[in-house]
Design a protein around this ligand. Sequence first.
Ligand SMILES: [Zn+2]
Length: 493
Amino acid sequence: MTTTTVEQATRYEAVIGLEVHVELSTRTKMFCGCATDFGGDPNTRTCEVCLGHPGSLPVVNAGAVESAIRLGLALDCEISPSSQFHRKNYFYPDMPKNYQISQYDVPICLRGHLDVPLDEGARRIGITRVHMEEDTGKSLHVGTSGRIRGAEYSLVDYNRAGIPLLECVSEPDLRTSEEARAYLAELRAIVLALAISDAKLEEGSMRCDANVSLRPVGHTVFGTRVEIKNMNSLRSLGRAIDHEIARQTDLLRSGHEVMQETRHWDEDRQVTSTLRTKEAVDDYRYFPDPDLLPVRPDPGWIDRLRDGLPELPAALRARLAERYGLAPPQVATLNRNGLVGLFEAAVKAGGGPVDVANWLTNEVTGWATAQGIDPSTVPLPAAHLAQLIGLVGDGTLSSKLARQVLDEVLESGGASMPKQIVEARGLAQMSDAGELERIVDQVITEQDEAAQRVRDGNAKAIGALVGAVMRATQGKANPQMVNQLLRERLTVS
Ligand SMILES: [Zn+2]
């Protein structure tokens, strides 16, 4: 009976769009000269403009406009010849003006796309718009919960109020949580390449909201969408979307409707819960900010910004794959972990590209993960990695010993060179033929039964002898050399 029900159940596909906020690393705020640097006592980075005093006038930060145009160009957007700032009206205790200056019907960048790298190849996702706006302040709810519910009282810090944000809105082109994660990772890589933000999801300098709806497979009309907030890592984005798809599937299959609302992702409980029922865009009473002129970037300036764009992640991946013969997933791993610079430097210092890439994506990334640090911050000078690879290549170190040496280099904070560690610890693989021959002969004498079996043509019996030599040398003998010496001595071809 159950099987029949499952077979008859409608199959749904998810329709996902992402709204990503990027906090710009300009020196000053969006509409005033207050400093944006993190830290500082609460409410010390404020002035009459970002506190919304009567009569104060905003002035657009040209650096923020430049960052917006550069992101738009990197996403192949059209740059609006004239865009407008609007007031988005709503009450929020940490927003002193009771409106947020944002862009509405004419944003600065429109109609671009992002090619998202997936295992099966790139998928083009439409970019609806990139617009500029200002951040709100921060409320601090004092009490055990840390949230407004159950708080004893709340404090507000306006240091963040007015910090420039870019909001990048995708078309609802994404279909799975994997695609959404890959999109966000690629967008983050682009933002980092442009150096317009430190784009830290965990710390909130990059924030992602997801709009998720379901529709029966084959239908073109969109279902009711739900907005999910508060995902602060790629992993929680993936989990929140999967949870929301499962929740909506259950609702629809049991004959219920999906309500249009905003839901909060609860990282501890791994569920989404209702935050507020969704307000419509009309509720915000957008109107053009009368204090701000339209933004009309000079076409010559846009051309100069286009010419000055850095190598973007997709081009970088193609170049690394072509120039060094690396597999695309390996290039993607290097890039995602911020290790491309170290990779190229270590290759320049003499490491073979494939070896360097293997060490970085396996051992080095593994070490960083175990330490709970970002792989791009590992204390490993390029020359040290190249030298370590050289020591494996010339037979001084087995790959097992090399991993030990790498650990010591990293634990020394990059201060010790691999050669120093090998000498200080006597770790070098024994490749002195004379010394090794003596030990091989001794083992043959001691294990004459096994030696005789090898002489009689039992090739497998050689394993016991190789093992004995490795033990006698504390694992420092080169196994291939031991094998060869034994074969010579016991005249096995
Ligand atoms: Zn200010």
